[in-house]
Design a binder for this molecule. Structure first.
Ligand SMILES: CC(=O)SCCNC(=O)CCNC(=O)[C@H](O)C(C)(C)COP(=O)(O)OP(=O)(O)OC[C@H]1O[C@@H](n2cnc3c(N)ncnc32)[C@H](O)[C@@H]1OP(=O)(O)O
Ligand SMILES: O=C([O-])CC(=O)C(=O)O
Length: 371
């Protein structure tokens, strides 16, 4: 038995949800470029869960179901107030809140198909409220209740700020949600599938996935990218900063990918949005600095940017707090996680690989006073 480090290249399951073939990403066979230009996030969620696009009446009903399920139990809101608020990373808060939410779902343990689909709706609806409510409560603001007549992207921004968002912000945020929704067997989705393959419940599956997304080698990279841009501070400092990092063999956050070789197809959409939004905000420097970093890292290491790189300056331009970038990734990825959980349940087998043992051989127990 020989281990493959990081399971690189191992095909661990079959899935009909999304695919990455020759650097092209599709959701259920629809090219991500097509969906990014044309689809609403709700349509994409429906697509991932049903493996087909909704008809107009189905979409209207689906949007209504999401809007109807957005409010969260008062004890979950109250619980936020008990956190050591200035020390808690929002991803940790969200992880705890999602697990707490499970306690208030009387059908949490019901494993019927209908109950699991309903849980997926509830989770997708409520995660937007959890993230936005936590963001407000930690600033001493009251949470803002969702508006039933707003779409998902608009509602998120509305609940975050308490103000009707501008069309351009809704459009950009919707596109970002579409781009982050699913990505084959990435680390957090794999985590969710491993968890529920034991026939554990959906709340456990998404909680496990949040934990995996949080890390800086995965979803946590978008916050780190903004941290790096802030640390560099200005365009004239980019070159020396990045070259020093590369010389020290440090990783540049937002670059590289386990699967893509030529480039992440989502990055170009975010690059374009970054240019547009930073310009509108009069803060082109974040885009210019990002471009400079891209040209150095691509030139020196042949590593293209991934989805996390330009999403940083996009979210920053939307006025979003930097430590909310990864929770926002989670808001979108809930759709993919729940789609994969439903798929796993529908054709389940325990996921249990083997380890190549490299420890010492057959040792004899030594009594404690002889060690
Ligand atoms: C949504 C997402 O999860 S997208 C990914 C988000 N994560 C990041 O942006 C973090 C930075 N990137 C990375 O750490 C990696 O590229 C990963 C984790 C995404 C992929 O990792 P792997 O496929 O395991 O590649 P691995 O980490 O083994 O790197 C291979 C080589 O490329 C180098 N490398 C990979 N990424 C980077 C990077 N961002 N900056 C500099 N060098 C890098 C490594 O140092 C290594 O070099 P070596 O062979 O000389 O030691
Ligand atoms: O697929 C991966 O390894 C990481 C990624 O890009 C994602 O989850 O969107």
């Amino acid at each position: 038995m020989t281990a493959t480090k990081g399971l690189e290249g191992i095909v661990a399951t079959q899935s009909a949800i999304s695919s990455i073939i020759d650097d092209t990403l599709t959701y259920v066979g629809y090219d991500i470029d097509d969906l990014a230009e044309n689809a609403s996030f709700e349509e994409v969620v429906y697509l991932l869960w049903h493996q087909r696009l909704p008809k107009a009446d189905e979409l209207a009903e689906f949007k209504q179901q999401l809007a109807d399920n957005m409010s969260i139990p008062q004890p979950v809101l109250d619980h936020f107030k008990t956190y050591p608020i200035d020390k808690v990373h929002p991803m940790a808060a969200v992880r705890t809140a999602v697990t707490l939410l499970g306690l208030y779902d009387e059908n949490a343990e019901d494993m019927s198909d209908e109950a699991n689909y309903e849980k997926a709706i509830k989770l997708q609806a409520k995660i937007a409220t959890i993230v936005t409510a936590f963001s407000r409560i930690r600033k001493g603001q009251e949470p803002v209740a969702p508006k039933k007549d707003l779409g998902y992207a608009a509602n998120f921004l509305y609940m975050l700020t308490g103000e009707q968002p501008q069309e351009i912000a809704i459009e950009a945020f919707n596109k970002a949600l579409v781009l982050h929704a699913d990505h084959e067997l990435n680390a957090s989705t794999f985590t969710a599938r491993v968890c529920v393959a034991t026939l554990s419940d959906m709340y456990s599956g998404v909680t496990a996935a949040i934990g995996a997304l949080k890390g800086p080698l995965h979803g946590g990279a978008n916050e780190q990218v903004m941290k790096m841009l802030m640390e560099i501070g200005s365009e004239d400092k980019v070159e020396s900063f990045i070259r020093e990092k590369l010389d020290n063999k440090e990783k540049i956050m937002g670059f590289g990918h386990r699967v893509y070789r030529k480039g992440d197809p989502r990055a170009k959409h975010l690059r374009e949005m970054s240019k547009k939004l930073t310009t509108l905000r009069g803060e082109e420097k974040w885009y210019n600095m990002s471009q400079q970093i891209e040209s150095i890292v691509t030139g020196e290491k042949n590593l293209p940017p991934n989805v996390d790189f330009y999403s940083a300056s996009v979210y920053h331009s939307l006025g979003i707090d930097h430590d909310l970038f990864t929770p926002i990734f989670a808001v979108s990825r809930f759709s993919g996680w729940t789609a994969h959980i439903l798929e796993q349940y529908s054709n389940n087998r325990l996921i249990r690989p083997r380890a190549e043992y490299i420890g010492p051989d057959m040792q004899k127990y030594v009594p404690i006073n002889e060690r």
